[in-house]
Design a protein around this ligand. Structure first.
Ligand SMILES: Nc1ncnc2c1ncn2[C@@H]1O[C@H](COP(=O)(O)OP(=O)(O)OP(=O)(O)O)[C@@H](O)[C@H]1O
Ligand SMILES: [Mg+2]
Length: 455
């Protein structure tokens, strides 16, 4: 029996394999009998060599290992056992007065040690604890694997010069634990880039906690991020740790970072500066160590100038900055992405590729992905034809000749503007419809309308 959260938990001893390695027959035999009687599966070995042979093909959860044995001593056996995958939990048996050896054994990775003569009930107790530790490690590994498999793949597609630059920057920051600010229009792949940065960082095997500032009202966001004490506000029936505490030691991805209110910006600045934070309604200062990745589709530099965003926070978060170019500036990538989204058993008609290449993609990669998915539903014979594309893309009234081949960013912006205007008008200035047609969310549409003075 062991205690867990105050409740008795029955350990299923019969599934646990224990190996006793000792050259002293009396002790080994009585320990074997005792442990078998209380339910463990027990094997024995008379010396180090026999022990190593036994553990080559059979996995043991716990190994009881005598320090002093002829031929191969306990420490040498321990070193070998630690190379097994997964290594067993090893409990060393030491004679009196050899504390240096015990310390050495712990350094080499043994779980614990017992001095001889060891009491059998004490031995059983330590074995139970070791098994529990082994079990927790196993569960932890399994959970990590489950999470890893569920995470969206972060395969960034793109060979354009613009994306090569993004890849180069990502490689440069791979070893860093500094904050990163990821900027780019809606749907350019900011979240994908954030996940890729996390996966190539030194903290890759620690948690990545994602929070979206646009999805939550201000007060809720504050208590999500920083937690709250019981009674901090109506409805706070129990204390709750914030996401910063959950992410401690790992990474937090703060999406739609530009939407954060002034008060929250101040709180965030403190966490970034010295790791200190307080739960809502608490006077206790807590310390966390969290790497922050932030993404926004606002132009934060502009927001700072207009005093909508704190300058100090902007500089603190922008230690490393990546700006993801809009899709219309990634020559060659549209075709690559379209084919990837279509899948290997699909073809895309040449006229379609032409249209896709000359469209301005205000909703960027997400819009392209949606367009291809929709086209696949409508298409026949696994080929995407012109009539499978949304009108907004096909009707685009821009003969190829009108688009300069070496279009500058500002030309493309004009094209983008024309397209937004046209779509907005053709949707009867209905923002919801226009946003849907453009493949962007309403918030992004508002921003575009603002930017192009259409309100
Ligand atoms: N380079 C890329 N290669 C493959 N898929 C991509 C790429 N960029 C974006 N995507 C896909 O496009 C979609 C939108 O990407 P993502 O959510 O990362 O964009 P975002 O910039 O965070 O958008 P928003 O501003 O709307 O939050 C996702 O499904 C993503 O997998
Ligand atoms: Mg996003």
């Amino acid at each position: 029996m062991r205690k867990k959260n105050g409740k008795e938990v029955q350990t299923d001893l019969s599934s646990l394999r224990v190996l006793i390695v000792d050259d002293e027959d009396d002790f080994r035999e009585s320990a074997c009998r005792y442990l078998a009687r209380i339910g463990f599966q027990v094997d024995e070995a008379q010396d180090g060599e026999e022990a190593l042979n036994l553990t080559v093909n059979r996995r043991f959860d716990v190994v009881i290992l005598d320090m002093h044995m002829p031929v191969l001593d306990g420490l040498s056996v321990l070193k070998e056992l630690m190379k097994r995958d997964p290594p067993p939990k090893v409990i060393m048996l030491t004679g009196g007065g050899t504390i240096e050896n015990a310390v050495e054994a712990i350094k080499l990775g043994s779980y614990d040690f017992l001095t001889k003569p060891a009491k059998l009930d004490e031995l059983a107790h330590i074995i139970c604890r070791a098994c529990e530790a082994q079990q927790l490690e196993k569960e932890n590994k399994q959970l990590k694997e489950v999470i890893r498999r569920q995470a969206p793949t972060s395969q960034l597609i793109g060979q354009s010069a613009a994306m090569e630059e993004v890849n180069r920057l990502m490689e440069r920051i791979a070893d860093s634990e500094q904050p990163v600010l990821i900027q780019g229009e809606s749907g350019t792949g900011k979240e994908l880039v954030a996940r890729a940065i996390h996966l190539s960082s030194p903290l890759a095997d620690k948690p990545l906690v994602v929070v979206n500032c646009a999805a939550l009202a201000d007060q809720l966001l504050e208590s999500e991020l920083f937690g709250h004490e019981k009674g901090a506000f109506t409805g706070a029936v129990a204390a709750k740790p914030g996401l910063f505490e959950v992410a401690d030691g790992g990474t937090m991805f703060i999406d739609e970072f530009g939407e954060m209110s002034g008060a929250l910006q101040a709180k965030l600045l403190r966490v970034l500066e010295d790791g200190s934070m307080r739960r809502v309604g608490s006077v206790t200062e807590r310390f966390v160590s969290v790497r922050v990745l932030a993404a926004t589709n606002r132009d934060l530099e502009e927001e700072v100038k207009e005093r909508n965003f704190r300058e100090d926070l902007y500089y603190r978060i922008n230690v490393l900055g990546i700006t993801i170019p809009p899709l219309r500036q990634r020559h060659g990538d549209i075709e690559l992405l379209a084919k990837q989204f279509a899948g290997s058993d699909w073809t895309i008609a040449t006229e379609v590729l032409e249209k896709l290449n000359h469209y301005s993609w205000p909703g960027n990669v997400r819009q392209l992905q949606n367009a291809i998915q929709r086209a696949k539903v409508l298409a026949e014979d696994n080929e995407i034809q012109l009539n499978n594309l949304p009108n907004a893309i096909v009707d685009l009234n821009l003969p190829l000749a009108e688009i300069p081949t070496n279009s500058s960013a500002s030309d493309l912006d004009t094209i983008n503007k024309m397209h937004v205007v046209k779509t907005y008008e053709s949707c009867g200035q209905n923002k919801t419809k226009a946003a849907r047609a453009l493949g962007i969310n309403r918030r992004s549409l508002y921003r575009l309308l603002e930017k192009y003075d259409l309100e």
